[in-house]
Design a protein around this ligand. Structure first.
Ligand code: NAD
Ligand code: UGA
Length: 466
């Protein structure tokens, strides 16, 4: 025992996964001390903010846990070396984005943050440390982590056995979805733990058993665990691309994608989840994890398998392009100088995360056509929206508004791109009055009352129906 707690946990990476996951562990395991560390000082400062509305991640239920545990058994800091040194268990929860250059660019995961945190662990860990892969990783990454940990010991002139410094690697991928992270962590469908030695698997299982039924804990070998995470995301995204492809067919045949989705999803073998058609999946992971899977398949010479999965991403891109074209065509083929309100910028409701949000690509298409965009999102901050378009060398015309009404005022069209609950309850009559006519609503999330909008006088386009 290294202090008054049973065990010390260190989590490297205080992002969307590391932060909420460690909060839930700390909340359910008061016997454990949990230190969440990050190289990003600003992020750590935000996690330590007295004003809990300033936490860097917005998730329903998160504030309450931070209020309860922070400073008791949950700590956020940039003292990476110190926290690694005192940890019995280290979760690696750093970012693993798609490589932007070099071999595998556009497909493979960039593992440089994994490697740098592994090297820090190799250098500063003491005694026996269980290293847990929490980030989503290509299958076989544990091999790399193991090699770095062990060879780094040799680099420093140590003999592994004499020095008593040893490591075990466990894979424990995270399945939480943003916007429901706390609920997902508190009541997961399953917890997956892959490893090579029983003792480490049991150590990590015991953490989860503090609040999760042991029947929900699945143990596998390391490689099955790493691969299952990529496959789970690929299957989820596949369902979305499937229903989105059908949404286009519904629009030209008179079928209604909502009705089709219900009819298909009530077959218990298919199930009704993840069959909501929309402007394509966003978020930091689906696209990157599928592309990673594609890269792995090509690496192993499985080109047909790679092509199959790559098409899930292609359909997603096509769906976004398709929507941009539909907007332009309905506004008489030109949107130059026309004001268009974009309602919703996060990639889904109840999160402030905008990574890979369909709003970004669709907005870029419209800006390329010289439209004037007026954005409103209830949670995404202004600078975040601005930063998405400032990187482009073009001088785009757009503004970020404080309310939906302000965004819609004097606009020709409103495009709903994220299904925030509040959009259903806007004063659509007032919005209609303040728009230029004909006033269009493009409902890409099928979340508004189509008939009510038509009664007010709007021209309405709803995804997946004619
Ligand atoms: P994120 O970018 O929000 O957070 C990662 C954090 O790691 C950043 O704050 C970064 O500064 C920090 N970091 C990087 N290198 C570091 C180092 N050497 N030392 C200390 N800190 C370091 O990413 P995220 O969304 O939390 O995702 C993390 C991983 O979890 C990814 O592999 C992702 O695929 C996976 N995942 C994400 C989600 C999700 O919903 N976002 C869900 C399941 C799995
Ligand atoms: C997804 C998975 O659901 C998590 O299990 C996984 O842990 C996570 O990725 C990850 O590895 O990062 P997340 O991206 O947070 O979670 O959110 P989802 O609810 O899966 O939504 C992803 C995107 O798909 C959103 O843009 C959403 O609007 C879209 N979507 C989802 C649809 O268009 N239709 C649906 O029926 C469901």
């Amino acid at each position: 025992m290294k202090n008054k707690f049973n065990k010390n946990i260190c989590c490297i990476g205080a992002g969307y996964v590391g932060g909420p996951t460690m909060c839930v562990i700390a909340s359910n395991c008061p016997q454990l001390r949990v230190d969440v560390v990050d190289i990003n000082d600003e992020r750590i400062e935000a996690w330590n903010s007295n004003d809990l509305s300033k936490l860097p991640v917005f998730e329903p239920g998160l504030e309450n846990i931070v209020r309860k545990c922070r400073g008791i058994n949950l700590f956020f800091s940039n003292k990476i070396e110190e926290c690694i040194a005192k940890a019995d268990i280290i979760f690696i929860s750093v970012n693993t984005p798609t490589k932007t250059k070099g071999i595998g660019a556009g497909f493979a995961s960039d593992l440089k943050w994994i490697e740098s945190s592994t090297r820090q662990i190799a250098k500063f860990a003491k005694d026996h440390t269980v290293v847990v892969e929490k980030s989503t990783l290509p299958v076989k990454t544990a091999e790399t982590i193991k090699t770095i940990l062990n060879s780094s010991l040799l680099n420093h002139g140590f003999n592994i056995k004499e020095n008593n410094k040893t490591f075990s690697i466990v894979s424990n991928p995270e399945f939480l979805a943003e916007g429901t992270a706390i609920n997902d962590l508190q009541h997961p469908d399953r917890v997956l733990i892959g490893g090579e030695d029983e003792e480490s698997i049991e150590l990590i299982s015991n953490i989860y058993k503090c609040w999760i039924d042991s029947k929900k804990i699945i143990t596998t070998n390391l490689w099955s665990s790493e691969l299952s995470k990529l496959v789970a995301n690929a299957f989820l995204a596949q369902r979305i691309s499937s229903i989105n492809s059908i949404s286009a067919l519904c629009e030209v045949t008179g079928a209604d994608v909502k009705e089709v989705s219900k009819a298909v999803g009530t077959d218990s073998r298919i199930g009704n989840k993840f069959l909501n058609a929309g402007p394509g999946f966003g978020g930091s992971c689906f696209k990157k994890d599928i592309l990673n899977l594609v890269y792995l398949c090509r690496f192993y010479g499985l080109n047909e398998v790679a092509n199959y999965w790559e098409n899930i991403v292609n359909i997603n891109f096509w769906q976004q392009k398709r929507i941009s074209k539909i907007v332009i065509n309905n506004l008489f083929g030109t949107i130059s100088e026309k004001r268009i309100a974009i309602l919703g910028f996060s990639f889904k409701p109840n999160t402030n995360d905008t990574r890979e949000s369909p709003s970004i690509n669709i907005s870029k298409d419209l800006l390329q056509e010289d439209a004037k965009l007026a954005f409103y999102d209830p949670r995404v901050n202004k600078n975040q929206i601005i930063s998405e378009f400032q990187t482009n060398s073009n001088t785009f015309s757009f503004e970020v508004c404080e309310s939906a009404l302000e965004a819609c005022r004097n606009s020709d069209a409103v495009i709903v791109l994220t299904e925030w609950e509040e959009f259903k309850f806007l004063d659509w009559r007032k919005i209609f009055e303040e728009m230029r006519k004909p006033a269009w609503v493009f409902d890409t999330r099928i979340c508004l009352d189509n008939d009510a909008l038509k009664d007010i006088g709007f021209k309405v386009w709803t995804l997946g129906s004619s």
